[in-house]
Design a binder for this molecule. Structure first.
Ligand code: ATP
Length: 367
């Protein structure tokens, strides 16, 4: 280890007492001795503290570590993380997390993947035959950021088992559309019918239970948590009895994740992090998988690997809505595609027809 620079040193932030207080309140809520709102407030405040803690680590601890640790030190840290008997890095932290998971799980009004096996049942609100070919029908969907209308009446449909690509320039509204389907972005007009049910008014967590699972732009992993915990979080709506089998199936698809299952997600390379983000979405057992820019920021070889995974999922019959800046690669594996421009669909057709379209070739494919 190289000698540290004294200006980097900061007092470590104590996270233990917050965790302990949070555990008590989660257990009290589980025993119905306190209101769920108190638990929500405690979780919110703990999350804010954790965020500050992580920010402080990013600003102070990590630069200091980068300045003073050698490659050999990093290798030892990796080894310690992988060591199942290390009391500081594994057992104690995991025991805390498990207790917390259990407390939160018990306090939830609906069963979640960490506690028992009776997931919330769909509430039928059928507007069309559930057996219809169309798994997803978005009609005249609008969405705004303040006074800016980002989606101006989008009509997009996806058949069961289809891979549909959504392509377009930066700022066209692709991400906003996926977030609107997931229910995390408010929809100001239009409707979304999924599997024969109008889900326009449903909360995002209920939409996940219905089978709409998203791998978001930028991956949004929980970097300090282990790879396995990240995957388990993707299964929070699933009955606990299914989680282990689903985990094995994701590991079967991405063996590297199994190999590194105990490592913090932040240790993975960009390509592996993308696999983890897709794996986490698969843990929700999607019937519609939303992939937002899965190849973003990856080296060409890794881009190929990611598209190979998407092809594999497609061949297994997964229904996929794929947003990509890499329009050529996306359209090449898609059954159909939509071109989005400033919040409106301007063109649609089979993947092949769009690739062959002169306008598309010039505007998006750089040909
Ligand atoms: P990119 O490939 O750059 O992510 P995109 O096609 O996914 O582009 P969106 O991110 O959905 O496009 O953005 C659609 C429009 O909404 C853009 O004009 C963008 O500037 C605007 N926008 C996106 N997010 C916000 C936000 N949080 N607040 C305000 N405007 C936003």
């Amino acid at each position: 280890m190289r000698p540290p620079c004294s200006t980097h040193c900061k007092k470590p932030i104590a996270w233990g007492p917050t965790l302990q207080a949070l555990r008590s309140i989660a257990l009290a809520a589980a025993r119905q001795r306190t209101e769920a709102t108190a638990l929500a407030a405690a979780l919110r405040s703990a999350l804010a503290e954790l965020t500050n803690n992580m920010r402080a680590e990013e600003q102070h601890a990590l630069p200091l570590a980068r300045a003073v640790l050698t490659a050999q030190d990093w290798a030892e840290i990796d080894r310690a993380f992988l060591d199942p008997d290390n009391p500081d890095l594994r057992q104690r932290a995991q025991a805390e997390l498990h207790r917390l998971f259990h407390g939160v799980g018990m306090a939830a009004s609906d069963p979640i993947g960490v506690v028992d096996d009776s997931a919330g049942q769909p509430q039928p609100n059928a507007v069309a035959g559930a057996s219809s070919d169309w798994l997803l029908q978005a009609r005249d969907v609008e969405s705004c950021y303040g006074r800016i209308k980002a989606l101006k009446g989008i009509n997009i449909r996806v058949r069961r088992g289809e891979t549909v690509a959504l392509v377009g320039a930066n700022g066209a509204g692709k991400t906003t559309f996926l977030r609107t389907l997931s229910g995390v972005q408010p929809m100001s007009a239009g409707s979304v019918v999924f599997d024969g049910e109008d889900i326009s008014q449903l909360r995002s967590d209920i939409r996940v239970r219905r089978g709409i699972c998203q791998s978001p732009e930028g991956r949004q992993l929980f970097n300090p948590l282990s790879i396995e915990d990240n995957l388990r979080l993707g299964a929070y709506t699933r009955p606990r009895r299914q989680v282990e089998a689903d985990l094995e199936s994701v590991y079967g698809m991405f063996p590297v994740l199994k190999e590194k299952r105990s490592l913090a997600a932040g240790h993975l390379s960009g390509g592996q992090q993308q696999m983890l983000a897709i794996g986490r979405a698969l843990m929700g057992r999607p019937s519609l998988l939303l992939l937002d820019e899965p190849s973003m920021g990856l080296a060409p070889l890794l881009v190929q690997e990611v598209f190979h995974v998407i092809k594999m999922l497609r061949d297994q019959g997964m229904t996929i809505l794929l947003v990509e800046q890499n329009a050529l690669a996306a359209l090449a594996i898609a059954d159909r595609g939509y071109v989005l421009e400033t919040g409106s669909v301007t063109l649609t057709g089979t993947g092949r027809a769009l690739i062959d379209n002169e306008e598309i070739r010039t505007a998006y494919l750089g040909m």
